[in-house]
Write a protein that binds this ligand. Structure first.
Ligand code: ZN
Ligand code: ZN
Length: 376
């Protein structure tokens, strides 16, 4: 039995455990379909699904007894549970909704319901080698896709064009699907930490934050690159145009000069903040302390008020899962955990920078799994 499940049986007074979180069902049974439930007792394990998945379950699920039910799995399993000798049934409290809870209560008279209040992702926070390989594969697709499209990040291109291109490239390079709505935030929109791509045209001299990821074999990648759109993409002007534009250009240049200094400054600070977090990330360290290392660095440099979100999160079957790297997280880093470190600075009216990489916790520290170079 999975060690986390053993802990649940020790911690909660239950003789059966109902697993309804689909990611946990997949994690424990290898079933990749959309309708499945697990019932686990101290000696046996049952996998329930409906007829659509009969064939698939036979191929994928090997450690559980497969039971075919009607499409209303939840209701049918309750019927079946009445015949079991379970007296106390544990259920994943964060996953079961109120209507389902009422059904549990109504159908299972005589069976005591024991809410397991752990975050369902807790079960999956320490990754196996196979899982880490799958995450690395999704991140390798990120790199291929980014390299393929980076040439097109230039003045005049819209954020949506960038999003479309990178998403297509990820699919082309082997992604099962896009992991989440790709964020492309250029110029002033960079101050929106979750600025999904818009019709805004990118301008030369702007910072562009691109946060993207995909799913490969069910596992996710999540990575953010902030680039500065370079001079090389300036339009070539005829001499007459250049004369006409001279006054305007010198004004723009002066402004860009000041803006540029600040762009470089905040990028460097975010880069160093990530390094500060990496330096403290070891097994046994509180995730809140990793957050603190990056946050303190940004604050020391005078930009603390512009970093308003958590430093990072676990990545796996879900894009956001355990552990949580935030000021009030109670998680402790363990070998085998896979998570992002993604500090940022977002200045309203000016723009922003975020750098996000995926790391795995090793015996002696962390190893970066994402491969795209983040230096400006
Ligand atoms: Zn991200
Ligand atoms: Zn992230």
């Amino acid at each position: 039995m999975h060690p986390a499940l053993k802990t649940y049986f020790q911690k909660y007074p239950a003789d059966g455990l109902l697993i309804t979180n689909l990611n946990n069902v997949r994690y424990l049974s290898d079933f990749t379909g959309t309708n499945g439930l697990l019932l686990i007792t101290s000696t046996r394990g049952y996998f329930f699904t409906d007829f659509r998945y009969r064939e698939q379950a036979t191929n994928q699920v090997t450690d559980f007894e497969i039971v075919e039910m009607g499409r209303d799995l939840f209701g049918d399993v309750l019927e079946r549970l009445k015949d079991c000798k379970i007296k106390r049934l544990g259920f994943e409290a964060p996953t079961v909704n109120y209507a389902q809870y009422l059904r549990l209560q109504k159908s299972l008279r005589g069976i005591k319901l024991v809410p397991v209040t752990e975050d369902p992702g807790k079960l999956r926070e320490v990754k196996t080698e196979i899982e880490i390989k799958k995450i690395a594969k999704a991140l390798a697709i990120n790199k291929l896709a980014f390299e393929e499209m980076r040439e097109m990040i230039k003045g005049g291109v819209t954020e949506i064009e960038i999003k479309t291109e990178i998403e297509m490239a990820m699919l082309k390079h082997g992604a099962d699907k896009i992991g989440f709505d790709t964020i492309v935030a250029s110029g002033w929109r960079g101050a929106l930490p979750h600025g999904v791509a818009s019709n805004k045209k990118i301008k030369v001299g702007e910072l562009v934050t691109i946060d993207f990821g995909c799913t490969a074999d069910g596992y996710n990648s999540d990575e953010t690159v902030t680039v500065l759109v370079g001079e090389t993409s300036l339009p070539v002007l005829s001499s007459a145009e250049a004369r006409r534009n001279r006054r305007h250009l010198s004004f723009a240049k002066e402004r860009t000069g000041r803006g540029l200094a600040r762009q470089l400054e905040i990028h460097q600070i975010v880069f160093e903040a990530q390094r500060a977090a990496i330096a403290v990330a070891h097994p046994g360290v509180k995730c809140s302390d990793i957050d603190k290392a990056a946050r303190d660095y940004i604050t020391k440099k005078g930009y603390g008020q512009y970093f308003g979100h958590a430093l990072g999160h676990g990545v796996g079957l879900e894009v956001h899962e355990r552990p949580v790297l935030s000021p009030n997280s109670t998680d402790v880093l363990e070998e085998g955990m896979v998570f992002t470190i993604e500090p940022g600075i977002y200045i309203p009216g000016f723009g922003g920078v975020r750098i996000e990489d995926v790391f795995m916790c090793t015996k002696s520290g962390v190893r970066r799994l994402s491969k795209i170079e983040k230096k400006l």
